[in-house]
Design a protein around this ligand. Structure first.
Ligand code: HEM
Length: 560
């Protein structure tokens, strides 16, 4: 039997009847406010999402692995399916990881998915940090989010490191030996710390079991807490958006959480899962059977950590052999390792956490910001970011110096010296180049606003001179100069950005509905719907889709 829903004409109802309904429906109000929240949509906002989805994959695959891993250093004889190692004395941890790889159904693909997800998780966190830095998204009131993102990076490093040690293969053993060396280099407490963690001499027989607890309980709990705080802050605060058409510090232009934003996010989540599954299924990673079981006396050439930790390895390789003797008591020696692997990360950590506060202090900036900045508009910060990135990249490359040396037949010493010199010269150079590029881009923007867009049409003047015809973006004065001010958003620089080429099939690759605009206050009640894709109210718009765009108010309840 067909049922039809009675339409209620709220304005026509007596006022007390509306109140009665309001009272009854009050339970739905918080949920409705949440579902109606508006989120700006831009590819650069996807880093955080990739991190979240790959973390979910890490949790699920990690859970699977815990069912089969035996985190023990007890010696056993390997007798699994991998013939070349049969009869070898290995630890139970190594044997169980071999079993996961060769004898547990689906084990290898899940193990590889876990490792690929870890790499993707860290890559997306680094992408998130870079995006936040270069766009000034760390400014007030989002300093807490910046700190959380940095903590996610360092905790992720700990997660990756502890996971890497669990299979107890030759690479795990090497990384444990390095960790013990790093701890021993710490003055005063170093030897106490090492013997406490390893329960005596390296390697001892408890470290894998301890790291297993850190990796599967402690670190995931910290990561879950950090991610919860990060997502909580995103929902509590007005989302940041790129400047553009009708976007101000006091509104948000984008898509409502429900239904479209949620559906798109769910689709993207499936995509990330799919990509990790493909990577895990198709691309080999961490083949411990090639490295063999861990032996304290054996360190193979080409040993190295995962990419995100390689900068620390690189720092220790580039550090000159400078020892510092401190004549206190019986005398202390601070080995070079201490500066490269303890002091350097400490300095990086503190300076990166402090950066938003230092910048605000230097600029005297006490305002709240909800609009992102284009990197070109803040050349000094962009230069600093480029400098830090190049510093990290040089150290990372130095972490693979032996592999690069072997592959390209270069001496390892030459690689070390190239790294040292590169570390001193390249970061300041990157600052200078990035700074100049920013100024160049700024100037080009101003030129387009003043003179218009290049059309590609060349005209010959009566005097014989050739000029390119420009399409002004606004009314011009007698000298052909426009009067537009730069508004902090993208300036159209090609003719088809001005509306010459409208999308052929609307609604297939491009949304039919215009974005929603909401107030930037808590709860984000809907205000009105806008048009799509206009870069600045002052600039000519690409074809708008008013004709086929239903307004958002038609699709949802009116704000209460
Ligand atoms: C609840 C969360 C997690 C659980 C239960 C878990 C569990 C495990 C287990 C049991 C192993 C050993 C597998 C083996 O021996 O191959 C492992 C390895 C590993 N884990 Fe996790 N893990 C979790 C989260 C993470 C996170 C957040 C990261 C990194 C960001 C990570 C990175 C790794 C890495 C790199 C390995 C080495 C994989 C290999 O052998 O190739 N894990 N994890």
């Amino acid at each position: 039997m067909a049922m039809s829903r009675r339409r209620i004409d709220l304005p026509a109802l007596p006022s007390d009847a509306g109140e009665g309904r309001g009272k009854r429906l009050r339970a739905a109000t918080p949920l409705r406010a949440l579902l109606n929240r508006v989120f700006p949509d831009h590819w650069s906002f996807l880093f955080g999402e990739v991190a979240l989805y790959s973390f979910i994959v890490l949790l699920l695959t990690g859970l699977f692995l815990t069912l089969f891993v035996e985190p023990s250093m007890k010696e056993v004889v390997y007798d699994g399916s991998y013939k070349p190692l049969r009869g070898t004395d290995v630890s139970a941890a190594f044997a169980s990881t071999m079993d996961i790889s060769f004898d547990v159904r689906g084990g290898l693909v899940i193990r590889q998915m876990h490792h690929w997800a870890a790499l993707l998780f860290m890559a997306s966190i680094v992408g998130l940090i870079l995006r936040v830095f270069f766009t000034g998204a760390f400014r007030k009131p989002r300093r807490a989010s910046w700190i959380v993102a940095l903590l996610l990076f360092w905790t992720g490093c700990l997660a990756g490191y502890t996971g890497y040690t669990l299979p107890d293969d030759a690479l795990s053993g090497t990384s444990l030996r390095i960790a013990s060396g790093v701890m021993l280099s710490i003055p005063v407490v170093g030897s106490w710390l090492t013997t406490s963690i390893f329960n005596g001499e390296f390697p001892g027989d408890v470290i894998i079991g301890r790291l297993y607890i850190v990796h599967t309980l402690l670190v995931p709990a910290i990561l879950v807490a950090l991610i919860a705080v990060h997502v909580g802050l995103v929902f509590r605060r007005t989302p940041m958006q790129w400047p553009g058409s009708g976007r101000t510090n006091a509104n948000v232009v984008g898509e409502r959480l429900f239904p479209r934003y949620v559906l798109k996010r769910a689709g993207f989540c499936c995509l990330v899962f799919g990509v990790i599954a493909l990577l895990g299924g198709l691309l080999q990673i961490s083949p411990i059977w090639l490295a063999g079981p861990s032996r304290s006396a054996v360190v193979g050439a080409g040993s190295g950590p995962d990419w995100y930790m390689m900068f620390l390895d690189g720092a220790s390789r580039l550090m000159p052999a400078w020892e510092l003797d401190i004549p206190i008591g019986g005398g202390y020696t601070i080995p070079p390792m201490f500066w490269a692997t303890v002091v350097l990360p400490g300095v990086l950590f503190v300076s990166s956490i402090g950066y938003p506060f230092i910048e605000a202090r230097l600029n005297g900036d006490t305002q709240d910001h909800h609009l992102l900045q284009r990197p070109r508009d803040v050349p000094a910060r962009t230069g600093l970011g480029a400098m830090a990135t190049v510093f990290y990249v040089v150290l990372t490359a130095a972490g693979a110096s032996d592999v690069i040396a072997a592959r390209f037949d270069i001496s390892v010493n030459a690689m070390t010296w190239a790294g040292r010199i590169g570390l001193l010269i390249l970061p300041p150079l990157a600052y200078y180049v990035a700074y100049r590029i920013c100024l160049g881009l700024q100037q080009h923007d101003r030129q387009v606003l003043a003179r218009g867009v290049e059309t590609g049409i060349i005209r010959r003047l009566p005097g014989g001179r050739f000029i390119e015809v420009h399409q002004p973006l606004s009314a011009t004065d007698g000298a052909g100069r426009g009067d537009l001010e730069y508004a902090g958003s993208a300036v159209p620089k090609k003719m088809n950005r001005l509306g010459a080429l409208a999308p052929a099939v609307k609604g297939f690759f491009w949304p039919v509905d215009g974005p929603t605009e909401a107030l930037a206050s808590a709860g984000h009640s809907l205000a009105k719907s806008g048009t799509h894709g206009v870069v600045n109210p002052a600039y000519p718009a690409r074809g708008t889709r008013d004709a086929d765009a239903r307004t958002n108010d038609e699709m949802t309840n009116q704000p209460s």
